[in-house]
Structures are given as C-alpha cells and as structure tokens.
Design a protein around this ligand. Structure first.
Ligand SMILES: O=C(O)CCC(=O)C(=O)O
Length: 278
C-alpha cells in the first residue's frame, strides 16, 4: 500500500498520492451516501449556506464539514485502517483525527484559493495532515488540487485577500514570481496525503457536466502539543477522545522579501485567527 517512494515524496515534497486506496465499489458507496445526505437538506456547518434557488452552484451544493459528528459512515472513514496505515507510515507515529469535509464542486463552481491548512488548525509540536480522497476524476478541467511541491518546508505565510470570483474562500498566500503551481491528477479512490504547511488549493470547475467530489479528513500529528480552539473533540484512531492544549494563535507569520535578488521569507507579520474556510 505505502511504498518507500511515497515516503520519499512526502518527505521531499510534502505530499504523497496513494493510487486506488479505495475500490470503485467503495467510492460508489461514498458518492451515493453523500449525495443522499446533501439531498436531505441543511447540515451544521454547510458552507456557503444551502439555497436551492440560487444561481451559484456552490449554494446548491455547499461543502459539508464535520460530518463525523452526526454521521457514522464519515466517522468510520476518518478512522479507517487504510488511512491510518498510510498516515502512520508517512510520519512514523499514529495521528489523531479531527475533521471531515465533503466538497461537491459541481460543474461551473469556484475553487479554493491557495492556502496552508495549519493556518487554520494551528497545531504546534508537529503539524496537521490531510487525507484527500477523489470521488470523481480530478483533472484540470474539473478543478483538481493544485499544489506547490516543497512548500511544506516553508513557515506559515501571512494571508492576503483572495479573488472571490474564482475562490469560495477569501484568503490566500502570496507566491514569489515564477513559482510553479502543479496540478495533481487523480482518479476515484486515489488518496493524496499532505502536510499542514503544503500550499494547496484548486481552480474553478470549468466543465458543464462533471462534479469533482472529494472526501477529506484532517489529522494532527501524534507529537502535537497544541491545537486551535475550534477543533474538538480530537480522536485517537481507535475512536477514543483525547485532550490537548488550546492554541489561541496570533503568532508570527512570514512575508516574502528580496535578499540579493532572491525571494526569501521573513517572519515579520502577525497571524490572524480564522476558523477553517469560513
Ligand atoms: O478540494 C479542494 O478544492 C480544496 C481542498 C482544500 O484546500 C482543503 O481541504 O484544505
């Protein structure tokens, strides 16, 4: 399942894609399950708020969050043995589980501006990690994930205003001129695992007929000492609850400056505190 190549890619680049971790039948089950949940109406934390009469496709198919608080299928997926084996194999220690999300990303919907997840989760003594499972074909037309390989070695950058015509969230991080942003092409059942400082996001779904659904889990490295205030309960991978000190945030963040003609990050800013993707 997890190879030395995955481990090397995670260490060097901040991500690893495990192909076919879930079977076509399993993926079909999850797709159907979440489409049914979406049809049942509003759920706590939907973003943006559900509005079936709205022209914005994201308002007709809002992202769901923290489904494991009320949906047993989501809890089982978040704590799944295969996900745990990959996360544990990548960093050498079992993580804690903290968040689930389902992106429907219907045709013609906006993406999500580039960001670092640990800006939100505020893990100290380690970082957060994501498991991002494709439920549909994810290509550039449907708005696949976009990443900056190696950016997991950067500190948290100070955020700036995002273009909300192409992103459903309103903050982003600046990149130095010429920085490569790489699409990650994925098939249903592939899972990408990534580090909490990896810069990632997605562009709009420009297709007229394809959803780009993704089931996502967020985790906290087992070494963690602190976690942002909105992320409770925190679970061990056996489903028992664990407590951890609260991180109020507001610490230093990095801005790009030029040193001898080369862009470098200086920690001269101060973080704002935001709940994930609000
Ligand atoms: O699925 C996407 O388009 C973006 C997901 C993302 O950025 C995240 O889960 O933090």
């Amino acid at each position: 399942m997890l190879t030395d190549e995955h481990k090397k890619c995670y260490a060097d680049n901040g991500y690893a894609v495990v192909r076919g971790l879930f079977s076509p039948d399993e993926v079909e089950f999850y797709r159907e399950h979440y489409m049914q949940l979406r049809k049942h109406g509003k759920h706590p934390g939907d973003y943006p708020e559900l509005d079936l009469a709205n022209n914005d496709p994201l308002k007709r198919y809002p992202r769901m969050i923290q489904m494991h608080h009320w949906d047993e299928t989501s809890m089982r997926w978040m704590l799944h043995d295969r996900i745990n084996a990959c996360l544990t194999g990548l960093v050498g220690r079992e993580p804690y589980a903290v968040q689930t999300m389902l992106y429907f990303k219907p045709p013609a919907s906006r993406g999500q501006a580039l960001h670092q997840d640990n800006f939100y989760l505020k893990v100290e003594g380690g970082t957060c990690m994501a498991a991002w499972m494709a439920l549909d074909v994810c290509d550039e037309a449907s708005g696949c994930l976009q990443i900056v390989p190696g950016s997991h070695k950067w500190p948290l950058l100070c955020t700036t205003q995002a273009d909300t015509k192409v992103s459903f969230t309103d903050i982003t991080v600046p990149l130095p001129p010429g920085q490569v942003v790489q699409p990650v092409l994925m098939d249903p059942g592939d899972v990408m695992f990534f580090h909490g400082s990896l810069i990632h996001g997605s562009f709009p779904n420009t297709t007229t007929d394809r959803f780009r659904r993704a089931l996502i889990g967020h985790y906290v490295e087992g070494t963690a000492e602190k976690l942002g205030q909105w992320y409770r309960p925190l679970y061990r991978m056996d489903g028992t609850v664990v407590d951890i000190e609260e991180n109020p945030g507001g610490g230093p963040c990095g801005v790009w400056v030029e040193a001898d003609g080369t862009p470098v990050i200086e920690m001269v800013g101060q973080e704002t505190v935001r709940r994930k993707h609000e």
